[in-house]
Design a protein around this ligand. Structure first.
Ligand code: UDP
Length: 243
């Protein structure tokens, strides 16, 4: 029988998650909160049980990615709100992969939302609250001594593989993977592991038939009713549960 995982010390608290140490120095416990945020935390709401949905959605997707042979921080789900993960030092970069033009890319380049991108675009954002997470390129990241070119190549190869796997995985569930954001960390052996979460908070999902947005965008642009926001997350979970 598996021993009970005890939460030790709160290591970090972010906008939507708390991270605790465990008895095992190489493992952490990640707890999903019931909050939803947008525009770098400027817009914020408490939605009862949203954390349960995101924990379950992220668990299903990470299990699938692990199964496909990509190394991630995810070990297993422990309960409704918590999962056990390998402890990593997070690399302070956000990687965005785009298959269809939307969001900040549409605004920045003045291109209509919905245009297909034949060769997926990878973007790098520097995680820095004071600077509001600016878009940077590989050379900036290396200059800032955050990462090496070799490590960036490793990450781009993981991103490309992951994007191909996930596009198909979601399409089978009638969901178009428009774009997503993901982060990486390094474990005690200095290996790069796909970390973070994968959920409607961090991806754009459009329904294949109706193009309805099944992600955080409706909240970003003004959807206020908690039940309607929760319905969207439940719809994603329902589709992921159908194999
Ligand atoms: N994203 C995220 N966290 C952020 C910024 C973006 O998870 O802090 C996700 C977002 O949900 C979308 C993708 O990254 O799936 C691309 O977001 P974009 O750059 O278009 O920014 P947005 O306009 O959504 O702020």
């Amino acid at each position: 029988m598996r021993s009970r995982i005890i939460k030790n010390k709160l290591l970090l608290e972010g906008k939507t998650k708390k991270i605790y140490t465990t008895k095992n120095t190489f493992e952490v416990l990640i707890q999903y909160k019931d909050s939803i945020t947008a525009f770098n935390g400027l817009k914020k709401k408490f939605i009862q049980d949203k954390g349960i949905l995101n924990n379950e959605i992220t668990t299903l997707i990470f299990k699938f990615i692990n199964y496909c042979g990509i190394k991630t921080h995810f070990i297993r789900k422990i309960n409704n709100r918590e999962q056990l993960c390998h402890k990593v030092d997070m690399i302070p970069l956000e990687f965005v992969v785009r298959n269809i033009v939307a969001g900040s890319m549409s605004k920045r380049l003045g291109i209509k939302e919905g245009i297909q991108i034949l060769n997926p675009i990878f973007e790098v954002f520097y995680k820095n609250d004071k600077l509001k997470d600016p878009l940077i390129n590989d050379h900036h990241a290396v200059f800032l001594e955050i990462i090496s070119y070799e490590e960036l190549n490793t990450i781009y190869s993981i991103l490309s593989n992951m994007n191909n796997i996930l596009k198909k995985y979601f399409l089978d569930k009638n969901i178009i993977l428009v774009d997503f954001k993901i982060e990486f960390g390094k474990n005690h052996k200095n290996e790069i592991l796909l970390s973070d979460e994968i959920s409607p908070d961090t991806c754009r999902f459009w329904d294949k038939k109706t193009m309805k947005k099944l992600d955080k965008d409706p909240f970003r642009i003004g959807l206020k009713k908690k039940e309607e926001i929760l319905d969207i997350y439940m719809e994603i979970l329902k589709r992921l549960n159908v194999s």
